[in-house]
Design a protein around this ligand. Sequence first.
Ligand SMILES: Cc1cc2nc3c(=O)[nH]c(=O)nc-3n(C[C@H](O)[C@H](O)[C@H](O)COP(=O)(O)O)c2cc1C
Length: 314
Amino acid sequence: MPLPWTGSLPLMLAPMQGLTNRGLRQVYGEHVKPDVLFTEFVRVRPGAAQPVAASDFTEATTAVPGIPLVVQVIGCADDGVVEATAELVAAGVQHINVNMGCPWGRMTSVLAGGGMFRAPETVAPMLRKLRKLVPGSLSVKTRTGIDDERQIFDVLPAFADSGIDFLVVHSRTVDQKYRGQANHALTAEIVEALGLPVIANGDVRSAEDARAVLAQTGAAGLMLGRGALADPHLFARIRGTAPTQPTSDQRKADLAALWRDILDHYVELFAGDAQVLAKFGSLVRHVDDPALKRWIKPMKKAKRVAQLREALGR
Ligand SMILES: Cc1cc2nc3c(=O)[nH]c(=O)nc-3n(C[C@H](O)[C@H](O)[C@H](O)COP(=O)(O)O)c2cc1C
């Protein structure tokens, strides 16, 4: 089956709920060119006439020209995910990724997201059904277990036997949420054991981190999440086409340029100042760089879009 990338060492923008909507994807796609983009997770409504909600459907079918879009589904290991995938594929979606990592709320008390580790025997049957439907790549994005990071080794055979094309590993357990560090020594063991392309994810914040993770794990590529929010040009730094150690003034100028564009998209996509401010706020809150704190503070406190524009320098 076709992978969603060509060449070696693909750099992917991670799916991030509330953040990687089509507006942000468009701007990242135009200006920093990740090799692959992912949607936020698409929720599944089993048994509904339309298993994918209209807003999720629009997200899943809006790609940036020239950059493969992988649509991520999350749901119980039952026919809901299969029905939703059928609906998405009928609308032209090529690449599907199943979320087996989400650590939050309802997703983990049922057998969805990271909760699927509670019923590993359901994984292969679901993936086999999806394999028959998906014309492009089928992949899984996973954490390493619920409370034991070696649980992943119980499901690797299910991944290998059900015809997925690649696996994205965020080497933390579900219980860990975002505490501690991703365990890339474990990623290396998974790369070794699986025999399929593995994309390493977790705590890559600089070109140096990227080099270290690739050397340690032998992964086929990297997925960048929070690091790519704090420094969108991280893709170029890893590719060697932008300075690896930018000054804080440079990072501020880069962010300002990108954020102005994202804000324009958000004003078009979301209704009213309150929604735009909420969406934009969750983006700026992911930048924890002390050198940019004073610049970002008024954006966090803005009550109107006009105040955001002023803080961004126009
Ligand atoms: C705000 C936020 C939302 C996220 N939403 C999703 C999601 O929808 N699907 C998913 O698989 N992972 C989601 N993640 C996890 C990221 O894709 C990624 O695995 C994690 O942040 C670790 O990578 P990083 O250290 O590069 O950020 C989310 C992470 C954050 C911070």
